[in-house]
Design a protein around this ligand. Structure first.
Ligand code: SF4
Ligand code: ZN
Length: 305
C-alpha cells in the first residue's frame, strides 16, 4: 500500500485496535502497565495506546527500567521522560544502580554471567513486581511482528517447546501467584512500520543500540533470514504468525499442560517462580544484599512515583 503520512499513522492505530480486539487483549476500564525502553517500538506502543485510551477506557501507566548502561541508558531515560511529559503521565522509573547498588554490566561481571541474561532476569522480575504492586490488569510490551516471528522460528530450531508454547500475543495472568496478563499489541505491526510511525509523528526515540547487543547472535541471523523471505514474499511473516497461532500453538498448549511446569510463590519475595526461591532473590543474595530490603526500596520508589 502507498499511504500518505496521515493515512499511514491511522493505519497503524487501526491495526493495533484490530489486534486488541482480535486477541481479546483488554477489557473496557483495564489498567495497563506499558513497558517503555525509549526505542521506536515501545514509543510507538505508548503513543498508539494513548490514542486508543478513551475508546477502551484504559488507565495507562508507564514503567521504565534504567539499566545504568552509560550514555545509552541516559538517552533512553531522557526520551521516556520527554514523551511521558507530553501525555501528562508520571512514569515509574526504576534505576537498577540505585536499587541494586551497581549497573547491569557490573552485576553480570560480579556473578560471572552474560550481561544480557542478567539484564533479562532483572527486567522480567521488575516488570512483574511493579505490575503486582500497582495491581494492573495487564502488562504491555513493544514486541513487533518481526520479534514474534523471529522467536517462533528460533524456538522451533532449538526445540524449546516450553518457551514456544508461551509465545502468544495474549498470555493470561495467573492471579494466584501474582502474575498479570501479558499483551503484545504490536504483534501484527512490523519494525519498518514502527520506525516510519515515530519519524512521521516526530516522536522522540532512541536510535542508538545497546552496546551489549551481539549482532552475531542467532536472533539477528533469524531476523535477517525472515527479512529476506519477506522481501520475496510480502506478507509471509503475518501469515507465519497467524498460522502458528491457529495450528501449532493449541497443540503446544496441550503439551505444556501435560508436561505441567508448576508455578509457585518464591519463599522470600512471594513472586512467581518454578523453584523454591526465585532467580532474582538468588541473584540479589549473591550480590551480598538482602532481598527483603531491596524489595522494600523498590516498592517505596514505585508508590512514590
Ligand atoms: Fe539488556 Fe542490552 Fe542485552 Fe538488551 S542488549 S538484554 S538491553 S544488555
Ligand atoms: Zn523471590
Amino acid at each position: 500500500m502507498w499511504l500518505c503520512s496521515r493515512h499511514f499513522t491511522e493505519y497503524v492505530v487501526d491495526r493495533v485496535r484490530a489486534t486488541l480486539k482480535r486477541y481479546g487483549m483488554v477489557k473496557l476500564g483495564d489498567s495497563v502497565l506499558v513497558c517503555v525502553s525509549g526505542g521506536k517500538d515501545s514509543i510507538t506502543l505508548l503513543d498508539v495506546l494513548w490514542c486508543l485510551r478513551d475508546e477502551f477506557s484504559l488507565d495507562i501507566k508507564v514503567l521504565h527500567v534504567d539499566l545504568g548502561i552509560g550514555e545509552y541508558s541516559v538517552k533512553c531515560r531522557e526520551v521516556v521522560e520527554k514523551v511521558t511529559e507530553k501525555y501528562g503521565i508520571r512514569p515509574v522509573i526504576l534505576d537498577v544502580k540505585r536499587v541494586l547498588g551497581m549497573d547491569v554490566g557490573a552485576i553480570a561481571r560480579r556473578v560471572r554471567r552474560s550481561t544480557c541474561s542478567v539484564c533479562g532476569l532483572i527486567k522480567r522480575y521488575l516488570i512483574n513486581y511493579v505490575a503486582d504492586v500497582l495491581n494492573v490488569s495487564a502488562v504491555a510490551t513493544g514486541h513487533t511482528l518481526d520479534d514474534l516471528t523471529m522467536y517462533i522460528l528460533k524456538l522451533f530450531i532449538t526445540q524449546d517447546l516450553t518457551q514456544l508454547s508461551r509465545l502468544r500475543p495474549y498470555l493470561e495472568g495467573v492471579p494466584e501467584v501474582g502474575l498479570r496478563a501479558r499483551i503484545k499489541p504490536l504483534c501484527e505491526v512490523s519494525e519498518f512500520e514502527t520506525s516510519t510511525y515515530v519519524k512521521l509523528l516526530s516522536l522522540p526515540h532512541v536510535v542508538a543500540r545497546c552496546p551489549y547487543i551481539n549482532p552475531d547472535s542467532m536472533d539477528f541471523k533469524v531476523k535477517e533470514f525472515l527479512n529476506s523471505l519477506e522481501d520475496k514474499s510480502p506478507g509471509l511473516k503475518l501469515s507465519l504468525l497467524r498460522n502458528y497461532l491457529k495450528k501449532l500453538a493449541p497443540i503446544l498448549m496441550q503439551y505444556l499442560t501435560e508436561s505441567g511446569a508448576e508455578v509457585n510463590r518464591c519463599r522470600v519475595c512471594s513472586q512467581a517462580t518454578s523453584s523454591e526461591v526465585c532467580s532474582f532473590c538468588r541473584l540479589v543474595s549473591r550480590l551480598g544484599l538482602k532481598p527483603e530490603e531491596v524489595l522494600r526500596k523498590i516498592r517505596k520508589e514505585v508508590l512514590s512515583s
